[in-house]
Design a protein around this ligand. Structure first.
Ligand SMILES: Cc1cc2nc3c(=O)[nH]c(=O)nc-3n(C[C@H](O)[C@H](O)[C@H](O)COP(=O)(O)OP(=O)(O)OC[C@H]3O[C@@H](n4cnc5c(N)ncnc54)[C@H](O)[C@@H]3O)c2cc1C
Length: 381
């Protein structure tokens, strides 16, 4: 263990970026992951029979507004020109998501212009806010109604969100909806402000393999930090991308997390598009993914009859299970900070990073940006 300058725990995109930058600066790094594969939650593999690249932990679309991140990541993979769009099913009908002018006209059976729709939605919101006595929205439900009115809110926001968080929208913070979730245009791009967007042509795992190919990086898979920590020298510098509550045996309590379960099937009844959201509460999953539609650079993969479809079911987090999303609120932020203080005492040379270690929801680009900033700090570059 003495021969490494750093030990990176977690071979996801955060750990891979830090390790790549440290190796680039001439530092020797050991990367471990308890999973048997690289790439963390962006792991993908090609199905042998169909050539479909399966995103094992749900659809991942790379998108960013940060040039620095794009310039960095594009060194390790070519990206195709995929632009993400999503439809959501409500009462058997598909509507564009996020809510746009077409969604509004379809739901109300009207043909309004952008200006008319803006006025119309504002009137609906005003009337329904009055109906429910909402002046200063106190929770997600009140905020939703005050922004778009009851009908749009109930159709597209309420049930989907309640399924995601397994609680009433009245128990959720109003801040989740800090911007009006409506576009008064026909633009149906899911990531409307992305400057760069696409899918790695050879898959995410190949991209991460390339990031970690330097001689100065050693990789050990199927190894948990707990398996090696007793053998580490006291001053070992560790960058830890796992859950901090688990690291400290949950001694201050379990941080609130949400989990997911994916049910995958090979089928000839695909979705006809990459993602369909399910807005209604009668459907127990929130999204279905049909992965072949990301391979726009391989039309033969898309044209085949077979699809690999995964249905995404929200799940409560249990100790030892997979943590997917932090439940960020005042209480969880306080508990997280207490864990950070404890880490400083118990692991003085440890840096917490990645979405799990930082207890943040980060898209890939934010994870990369944070990793680049950390590596700059560590290498004085
Ligand atoms: C369902 C879903 C869909 C998403 N879709 C998108 C998208 O479309 N676009 C986008 O930009 N972002 C998306 N994201 C976010 C994206 O997944 C994250 O930004 C990214 O995975 C973060 O990388 P990371 O390295 O921080 O964490 P991870 O990928 O989770 O890597 C952490 C690694 O640490 C390992 N580890 C943890 N504890 C230990 C331990 N004790 N010992 C050894 N190893 C350990 C884990 O096994 C894991 O491999 C999505 C997230 C989810 C949940």
């Amino acid at each position: 263990m003495k021969k490494y300058d750093y030990i990176v725990v977690g071979a996801g995109i955060f750990g891979a970026t830090v390790a790549e930058r440290l190796a680039n600066a001439g530092l020797k790094t050991l990367v471990i992951d308890r999973r048997e594969h690289l790439a963390g939650n962006i792991y993908s593999y090609a199905d042998a029979e169909t050539g479909i690249e399966v995103h094992k932990y749900g659809s991942h679309i790379f998108h960013t507004e940060i040039d620095e991140v794009w310039d960095y990541i594009a060194r390790f993979s070519e990206f195709n020109d995929y632009v993400h769009t999503v439809n959501t099913r409500h009462k058997g009908k598909l509507y564009p998501m996020p809510i746009n002018l077409d969604t509004i006209n379809m739901l109300y059976g009207m043909d309004m212009s952008a200006e008319e729709a803006k006025e119309f939605v504002a009137e609906e919101a005003k009337r329904d806010s009055k109906k429910y006595g909402i002046e200063m929205p106190q929770n997600f439900e009140e905020k939703g109604i005050s922004l778009v009115g009851e009908k749009l809110y109930t159709a597209f926001l309420k049930n989907y969100t309640e399924k995601q968080w397994n609680t009433s929208a009245r128990n959720l913070s109003a801040e989740i909806l800090n911007r009006i979730p409506v576009r008064f245009s026909h633009d149906n791009r899911y990531f409307m402000t992305a400057k760069h967007q696409g899918i790695p042509k050879n898959g995410y795992t190949k991209m991460v393999e390339k990031m970690l190919e330097a001689d100065a990086i050693e990789i050990r898979l199927g190894v948990d930090f707990k398996d090696i920590e007793n053998g580490l020298p006291n001053n070992a510098r560790v960058i830890y991308c796992g859950q901090v509550d688990e690291l400290l045996n949950y001694e201050l309590g379990v941080l609130p997390w949400r989990s997911l379960r994916f049910e995958e099937e090979k089928t000839e009844e695909g979705l006809g598009e990459a993602v369909i959201n399910e807005a209604d509460k009668e459907v127990p999953y929130t999204r279905a993914h049909d992965y072949k539609f990301y391979q726009i650079h391989q039309p033969e993969v898309i044209k085949q009859k077979a699809s690999i479809v995964a249905r995404e079911y929200p799940a409560d987090f249990k100790k030892g299970g997979e943590a997917y999303y932090p439940v960020n609120n005042k209480e969880s932020a306080e508990l997280y900070e207490k864990y950070v203080d404890l880490v400083k005492v118990k692991y003085p040379n440890m840096i917490l990073g990645g979405r799990l270690g930082a207890y943040q929801y980060w898209d890939m680009d934010k994870a990369i940006k944070n990793a680049l900033d950390l590596a700059k700090e560590l290498t004085n570059k």
